[in-house]
Design a binder for this molecule. Sequence first.
Ligand code: NDP
Length: 336
Amino acid sequence: FKAIPKDWPVIGEHIVYDTSSSIDPEEHPLDGGILIKTLLLSPDPSVRGRMRDPSVKSYAPAFTLGEPIESRGVSVVLRSETEHFKEGDYVVGMIPWASYNVFPSHAKLIAINNENRLPWSYYIGLLGMPGQTAYYGLNKIVNIKEGEKLFVSAASGAVGSVVVQLAKLRGAQVIASAGSDEKIAFLKEIGVDRAVNYKTEDLDQALKEFGELDAYWDGVGGPTLDIALANMKDFGVVAICGLISSYNDGENQYGVKNISAILTKRLRVQGFIVGDLVEAEGGTHAFQEEVGPLVVEGKIKFKEHYTKGIENAGEALLGVLKGDNFGKSVIIVADK
Ligand code: NDP
């Protein structure tokens, strides 16, 4: 991470690929820790949020200039000098964007047993942070009930597609938006009652036809949030999961005009971060118990979008922020 972007990050200016500090996997001293090889990285939208001035407070620390960017990822342990991890363990956690990393003995990494032989990428997607966001957000923030009308934006993506499917399983009526016809076709496949391409269709009209919303799952903010606010039922719930439409807006204007609807419709608007919800639950047991079997039985559909090579990690992140990804974006750094 070389410089703080004012708006859109530029590869070569803010994000640089630097091989000079690479670790020799056979020789590097471990000091009682582990050496891991990066397999997969997760260019989550929140990575952009950490590219900021450290004086600006947020839920995750700002990146340090000159240090690698980090994100969730999957790595394999190549060498270990601690009983906590053994050679060959697959681990998931916050991984610096480098081919090899050395972690101390008590690293905040979780070894995955993957007894059902699911794709490793699921541990940074469907069964990882995005899937957990969908599950805990829907249960704890929206508290969706059978027959309720829910609108989901960024609905074909990592979080949104799981929100849609869990809400359908709970008997909700779901209207969902995404930005391409290909994404709309997928939304129909996963059972939404109405799919809207917000780039080519009139979202406001589609919501009006669908009927007043009990709940809105906001993955994008901006004009979509505005239109959703205008279509809420009195006492409805707005779950603010993400505001991706403004992450590269230097002024952070968010562009929301219909704030008065929060008062006039007496809405409950709540922002949330998945980590807090998981902590309050004391772990992800409930998620694993309910969603794990659905995934193993193939009852949840999930798209993934692959970028090969760590040197293309910056491009993958920009792709997510622009909407070029179709499904959970995964950077494949190494096969094994
Ligand atoms: P996705 O896989 O959904 O990818 C992001 C998508 O956002 C793009 O594919 C694009 O889809 C859409 N998008 C990008 N720019 C815009 C725009 N200007 N207007 C409308 N849509 C846009 O990403 P995730 O599922 O990982 O994340 C979705 C949202 O959830 C993000 O805002 C993220 O920050 C948030 N999030 C929040 C968490 C929390 O704990 N609160 C945890 C995880 C994610 P399209 O083509 O449809 O526009």
